[in-house]
Design a protein around this ligand. Structure first.
Ligand SMILES: Cc1ncc(COP(=O)(O)O)c(C=O)c1O
Length: 426
């Protein structure tokens, strides 16, 4: 009889994985809080929250119960002629929780689609404002950051740094104005680039405070704010991609809370459902919706997905938001943030540790090796070393990061730190 792994190898193409020498995947039988339990009963600490989505822990019984109850009522419905209670309640709750000024949410089904929707809204905002549909709008360019990552669809690849992820498609990606993330030296120059191009710019998209897949780069809220103020002054739509930073990751419920100037559009996914189901949300302000409130059918937002506002995903999201209150989730976030700070302090002088940084529940550093890029196989070596110690870490090249579910205990997090220290020892 073929093993599960043999059949997996025969039939399945895994993401970001070589077909010639694939990693042998571990068959997971169940999840339990911070642990993934394999079919042989081994328990691994999921120290990357299963691609940054699992926030309250795996198979949370409260979310599971709410999902079951919803599944017994309504599992899916076409979201044009119909609506349903979970979608309406979730929209109302998100709007009350998001930084002030958002008026509507648009549902989709993952992080990339949440961003696609945001960018399409911004581009069509300018198109709808044109006197004639025949003309291309004058403002049709997007500004994005170098080292950004916004997803794997063509639109979101275009908005992302030109890296190994997008190399094969480079000639098919639309043109974007890339700017550097602001720092103490370059902010004025970056602002000037934005101003110089502003007459053609529809929108600026950014991952607030933290660039995730681009290397866990943390940058300052006040410098980002200066760029957002420039956007305001030059009528550039601001799109915050909070697919990763949303729902507590950077210490506050949304990273945008830490930045005085708020976005016009915000994109959410990952932790939205507690990491249980796929769902995307793009929220926007009245400024955006006003451009679509017209009797001209051509100016409709022609976008939708089969699983738009899936009732199960909306129910899971409502349950996840309940847990933020009943389990004082943001206090757990704070505890992890403090623990990360102490650990960063402890290992920052280690010769193999470069540029250690923390923000909220994320700790990252560069492992000092000769080459610093995504294809550097030190990451795979670290993953294998950690798995032997029943911990799952998945560095980005030589960028090692810890991003646990918020239910991780102090002792469990110490175990992860201990394994990192062990790896650092010569
Ligand atoms: C900031 C950001 N935006 C968008 C995405 C894309 O989300 P998804 O993988 O759900 O398409 C990601 C995924 O890692 C992300 O980190």
């Amino acid at each position: 009889m073929q093993s599960l792994q043999d059949k997996d190898k025969r039939y399945i193409w895994h993401p970001y994985t070589s077909l010639l020498s694939p990693v042998v995947p571990i068959p997971v039988a169940k999840g339990e809080g911070v642990y993934l339990v394999d079919e042989a009963g081994n328990r691994y600490i999921d120290a990357v929250s299963s691609w940054w989505v699992t926030i309250h822990g795996h198979a949370h019984p409260y979310i599971a119960r709410k999902l079951y109850e919803q599944a017994m009522q309504l599992e899916q419905v076409i979201f044009t002629q119909f609506t349903h209670r979970p979608a309406v309640e979730l929209a109302e709750r998100l709007i009350s929780l998001l930084p002030a000024g958002f008026s509507k949410v648009f549902y989709s089904d993952n992080g990339s689609t949440a961003v696609e929707v945001g960018v399409k809204m911004a581009l069509q905002y300018w198109w709808n404002k044109q006197p004639s549909p025949e003309q291309p709008p004058q403002r049709n360019k997007i500004i994005a950051f170098n080292k950004s990552y916004h997803g794997d669809t063509f639109g979101t690849m275009s908005l992302s740094d030109r890296s190994v992820f997008t190399l094969a498609f480079r000639d098919k990606l639309f043109e974007v104005i890339f700017i550097d993330v602001p720092d103490a030296e370059n902010t004025q120059a970056v602002q000037q680039t934005m101003i110089d191009q502003s007459a053609q710019v529809a929108a600026f998209i950014y991952e607030p405070l933290l660039q995730g897949a681009g290397g866990m780069n943390v940058y300052q809220a006040d410098l980002l704010d200066q760029l957002l103020v420039t956007c305001r002054e030059h009528d550039i739509i601001c799109i915050a991609d909070e697919v990763m930073t949303g729902f507590g990751r950077t210490g506050s419920l949304f990273a945008s809370e830490q930045v005085p100037t708020k976005p016009d559009i915000i994109c959410l996914s990952k932790g939205l459902t507690g990491g249980t189901m796929a769902l995307g949300v793009t929220a926007c302000t009245e400024k955006i919706t006003a451009a679509f409130q017209t009797t001209d059918r051509l100016k409709t937002f022609f976008h939708g997905h089969s699983f738009t506002a899936n009732p199960l995903a909306c129910a899971a999201s409502l349950a996840s938001l309940d847990l933020f209150t009943t389990e004082q989730t943001l206090e757990k976030v704070q505890r992890i943030a403090n623990q990360h700070l102490s650990f960063a302090q402890k290992i920052k002088k280690h010769p193999a540790v470069k540029n250690i940084r923390t923000i909220g529940t994320i700790l990252a550093f560069e492992y000092n090796s000769e080459s610093n890029n995504y294809l550097n196989n030190i990451g795979q070596h670290i993953t294998a070393f950690m798995l032997e110690r029943n911990i799952y870490l998945r560095p980005l090249g030589n960028t090692v990061y810890i991003m646990p579910p918020y239910c991780i205990t102090e002792e469990e997090l110490e175990r992860v730190y201990g394994a990192v220290e062990e790896y650092l020892e010569p």
